[in-house]
Design a protein around this ligand. Structure first.
Ligand code: 8YV
Length: 321
């Protein structure tokens, strides 16, 4: 029987995924789950056939070049792949894969949670209960914004943006979206397309960011674009922190230009801009978009399916580039 391929696994994976890994591969596991630095990745990759990584590892062009020749595939446990310079890896003859589709519903659920949680001041309400600070009920106590009937602008109408639209329709929201290209009518299901994000912002009572982090989307939410939103608008982000200029968003939350922000992703995670924590009108989660048992297992299995295909001599279904 042929030797099992060796895989450097940079982070701890869900138990069922590690069991399958150990069955089919010579797995170099990270039991302590302490993120590896560049030298540790390089040392661990020595003689390995594959890397199984997450967004906490940055595989940029320089690191790609220094990877041992033995490494032929990098499977990422994520749909986002901005942490890997795919072109540089491809130039080295390394295949790169991600895990699309399996986290669509979980992430759209969290986007809807952020939307509702921010609109209805769930963080503030929860804090009052936990601090035993609820003095009395009143007709005007902790009033929020209702989502029913409001206009939702979705930036990025890919799988997650569409799944959010489906959920928001259940709340009778009016759906608008901006993407590079218009979706077919059967996918739009009445959602209104905006070729320019500038035309969508002024009608977005709620704005959800569901686009990948690229050079084009970096700081998309900035002082200029925030000014285009209706006063009191609510912004939610389940994509990547780099899509938002933190200083501009914080200033708009402070001034009251924006009604609130629901955030699951941040620049420089986990070292989040501390101002977010001090603001009353933020609803904050620690990057939980795909964090359900079912989804994290599915992501791990999808990454393994990609490795299995590759070492079985086929092109993995999620090969990038
Ligand atoms: C995960 C994500 O939390 O898949 C992605 O791109 O951002 C999240 O779903 C994370 O990447 C898991 O590795």
């Amino acid at each position: 029987m042929a030797a099992k391929p060796t895989v450097l696994v940079t982070r701890k994976l869900p138990p069922a995924v590690e069991v399958r890994l150990a069955r089919d591969y010579e797995a170099r596991l990270n039991e302590a789950d302490r993120p590896y630095d560049r030298d540790e990745i390089l040392a661990g990759a020595e003689g390995a056939d594959a890397l199984l990584v997450t967004p906490t590892e940055r595989i940029d062009a320089e690191l790609s070049k220094r990877l041992p020749r033995s490494v032929r595939i990098i499977a990422s446990f994520s749909v986002g792949h901005e942490h890997i310079d795919v072109a540089a890896a491809t130039a080295r003859g390394i295949t790169v894969t991600n895990t699309p589709e399996v986290l669509t519903d979980a992430t759209a659920d969290v986007a809807m949670l952020l939307l509702l949680g921010t609109a209805r001041r769930a963080s503030e309400g929860e804090a009052v209960m936990r601090q035993n600070a609820w003095a009395r009920w009143s007709t005007v106590y902790m009033l929020g914004t209702q989502v029913t009937g409001k206009r939702l602008g979705i930036v990025g109408f890919g799988r997650i943006g569409r799944a959010l639209a489906k959920r928001a329709r259940g709340f009778d929201m009016e759906i608008h979206y901006h993407d590079i290209q218009r979706a077919p009518a059967e996918i739009e299901e009445g959602a209104r397309f905006h070729a320019d994000v500038e035309t969508m912002l002024p009608i977005s009572d709620f704005l959800s960011l569901n686009c990948p982090a690229t050079a084009e989307t970096r700081d998309l939410i900035n002082e200029r674009t925030i000014a285009l939103l209706p006063d009191g608008a609510i912004v939610v982000n389940t994509s990547r922190g780099d899509v938002i200029d933190d200083e501009a968003l914080i200033a708009a939350l402070r001034s009251g230009k924006l009604g609130g922000a629901g955030l699951d992703v941040y620049q420089n995670e986990p070292n989040v801009n501390p101002a977010y924590r001090t603001l009353r009108n933020t609803f904050l989660l620690p990057h939980l978009g795909s964090a359900s048992h079912e989804t994290r297992d599915a992501m791990g299995f999808r990454a393994l399916d990609n490795l299995d295909a590759f070492f079985g001599g086929q092109r993995p279904r999620d090969a990038l580039a």
